[in-house]
Design a protein around this ligand. Sequence first.
Ligand SMILES: [Zn+2]
Length: 364
Amino acid sequence: MGELTYPFEGWPQPGETREIAPGVRWLRMPMPGSLNHINLYALEDDAGWTLVDMGLGDERTRDLWEQLFSGDLAGRPVQRLLATHMHPDHVGQAGYLSERWQAPLHMTRGEYYQARAFSQGGGMGNMNWEGEAFYRGAGLTADDLATMRKSFGGGYGASITPLPLGHHRLQHGDVLTIGGRDWQVLVGAGHSPEHACLYCRQLGILIAGDQVLPVITSNVSVHPNEPMANPLKDWLDSHDRFLSLPDETLVLPAHGEPFRGLRKRLRALIAHHEDRMLALEEYCTRPAIARDMLPVLFRRKLDSRQMIMALGECIAHLHLLMHRDRIERVTGEDGVWRFRSIDPDLARRLRAERDTPDDGPMMV
Ligand SMILES: [Zn+2]
């Protein structure tokens, strides 16, 4: 991981932008907790700005936008909003900004409609029988569920401004011409359903959103709204689209600092998840429940909110292992899932022995 390089020193102050390539401005908006900030990008065109991601739907972020419109971004209107994905720190101000500038919101269909659906309920506080069965399966008690409901408060809809009623659909392979340069839409998945990244070959820049981050690993979770999802497979599969980009590509992530070393970072992330899966397989040589596996993946003591995120991630790893026929899941009479390793090859893999080389390549 130490091999990544960070070409910029420091970062833009709140309410200011920093031009990091011709026509590409970097700005940051505040976030609570350890995340601290989200990076947003403004792309310049004669006709106006394209804003890539928009920050949380809170007053502080809105005030900072207004400061930018009368400061660093003054002189041009906002012409287009583009949200990489549906999470509140990315799409929170989309409704406000769209009204403010009469600017259309560009998003993939999967992200837009999930955002619309989540903003009308369906957050953690509004769980139905299937959501409860999901968390019971993972090993949570009724008390845990009650605490969790409280800690998630108003949910998704409370952290965004009401979304625009329509969207301009982005699809993988689309090309947007902004400021005379082509930006290609590359769609990933796993962190969110249909995450859009933007790649400009001419500038050698990838605006990566949360698809790939330099320091932390993107959350890849199973949620009760799709209890049998296999998002870690989606996420690893979509790396293929990014592994083929030049390694000198400047990656502009949503959190952390712009960096170079995309392929190294992706390989490190892939290795990290493979390693975590192996640790889970080892743990599950005796039948185990998801909740008890959290210390295998996370060293820190987790509060109720973090535990839900951690459980989602743990289940994502388990689902990929089930898909690979390495783990099976049995639901007990108590409704709790027990996971058990079933790969006869596990002991060999745990010893990290490698096959001896073949004599020579196959000639057929
Ligand atoms: Zn996200």
